[in-house]
Write a protein that binds this ligand. Sequence first.
Ligand SMILES: Cc1ncc(COP(=O)(O)O)c(C=O)c1O
Length: 373
Amino acid sequence: MATAAQEKPGRATDRIFNFGAGPAVLPLPVLEEAQRDLVSLPGVGVSILEISHRSKTFEEILEAAIADIRRLASIPSQYRVLFLQGGASLQFSMVPMNLLPADRSADYVVTGAWSKKAVKEAQKVGMVSVAGSTETEGFTRIPDQSELRLDPEACYVHITTNNTIFGTEWHREPAVGRVPLVADASSDIFSRPIEVNRYALIYAGAQKNLGPAGVTLAILREDLLERSPKDLPTMLDYNTHAQNNSLYNTPPVFAIYLVRLVAKWMLAEGGLEAIGRRNEEKAKLLYDALDGSGGFYRPHAKPGSRSNMNVTFRLPSEELEKKFLSQAVQHGFSGLKGHRSVGGIRASIYNAFPVAGAEALVGFMSDFSARNG
Ligand SMILES: Cc1ncc(COP(=O)(O)O)c(C=O)c1O
């Protein structure tokens, strides 16, 4: 039976600072708009959860989502914007199935656990060359251009733009010449201005910077569509989704609706320049606190490779880390526990995470180190 507390509707003022790595914090105005429209979309009389994906209403939502995403990232006309399912994880398979013939090779730069998973799936399809890896250094950094062994004949080069678990991020795309660059941008998509034409394909699960779990955005240069083999399962062929404007089958209607609201919010916030500046500000607050702690807090990522989305660090002992996490919860911070492969703390500060939350964490960190240092 529900308790009285559970029966009370959640209020905006009840919200705490959510440092979770994903699914992650969403902009409050987006949640409020979705809440207002959940029972009945204005002028429609049914919920977004109840409408047909073939209805004019949904068609307009889908078109608005695509148009806003195009505007946000100044996506050139020769790129298609697709909404797919199966998460970023299915892209680990779809990318090679569509772009890597069995007798050819693709270059993968391995910068963390997600890159390794991408490699594993590609190896089932064709040949993979690891063009660079920082695994022996605990994935504490992104390799330099000079360390990459790129094959000019590769079908594509695959990178993970932000390594959610380790807290490292590419701050500049690698130079790949004429070879198509494919990016898993799940955890830093639209966190700063992006030059889409440097990439052939960008994909991202929505659940960090774009919306809820359940939809994957793909931005695909049209000429890649010619590469897909003709005998691919229909749902795994990019052509199916491109030819049917992401409506071949029932798409995740609610997730796309929320992505549309998030895209509108990002534009209203001033677009990617403004969002990028705010992300820099939040990350600087946290990294300055780590660097200025006299060694109490130990950042995992090397300077130059540090992520503006996931700030990872250790404390002098696991015992202190446990204490930090339990006191953090009491201060109204959630989701700070680091991934088990790195340990320690991970503060995820995606687009919708407020500067005030980063300031509050810095204040808590400074008190905690003073009391326990
Ligand atoms: C960089 C990166 N790639 C891929 C994934 C897997 O995404 P999904 O769960 O949508 O398959 C994640 C999930 O956290 C991620 O952070």
